[in-house]
Design a protein around this ligand. Sequence first.
Ligand SMILES: Cc1cc2nc3c(=O)[nH]c(=O)nc-3n(C[C@H](O)[C@H](O)[C@H](O)COP(=O)(O)O)c2cc1C
Length: 203
Amino acid sequence: MWANEFKRRGIRAKCLAMDDVDFEEVAQQEQVFCLVATCGQGEFPANCRDFWKSVSDDSLPNDLFANTKFAVFGLGDSSYVFFNEAAKKFYNRFKELGGKTVSNLGLGDEKDEEHYETKWNEWLPELWNELGTPPPSMELLPPSYGVTVEDKATTAVPDVIVPPGMSIFFCKIVLITTYVIKLSVLGNLFLVCALSVNLTDTD
Ligand SMILES: Cc1cc2nc3c(=O)[nH]c(=O)nc-3n(C[C@H](O)[C@H](O)[C@H](O)COP(=O)(O)O)c2cc1C
């Protein structure tokens, strides 16, 4: 998600799980973006626990991240007491270690109308603004459908209009049946007339 956004803006970025990053390596980066969920009751997700253990070490110098800019966005749920706790802890710790924050802490909320995307879509433009990155170039997406233009003279125009959901065969059956019913009604009428004529003759 984030890696694609960077790519579209022509920024070279590496996307890794936090536990696959050495915190000393972080200190050498110009900009670091941290996307983190909260599990359990305010706990860190499994793939960032080692990293947290390293950065939360009290013996680290408080200017460790002095040359690094940070942005943190949390994926949380406001129905939990420890809403976005992991994101808050990382954000505060990066600041304690001298890191410069590029934007405010983003607090994605599962309870928002479009889940975490509601806050994400508010927060991300602010981040790009702060970073001064130009908007991505406009791309025309490939069409999702094709259109064939046919010559009018060769296009067969149907002379029978079939109501939707019916076949021509079914229509024919309906027509024949109504015709037969009409004939039998007429026949019966004719019979009644003939009989009444006969009866009056015999009088
Ligand atoms: C078992 C469980 C515990 C959670 N605990 C918290 C919590 O303490 N605080 C919080 O803000 N969100 C909490 N959440 C919400 C998740 O952080 C949120 O749904 C997040 O978007 C999940 O991301 P993922 O499942 O895609 O990793 C919890 C979710 C689950 C399923």
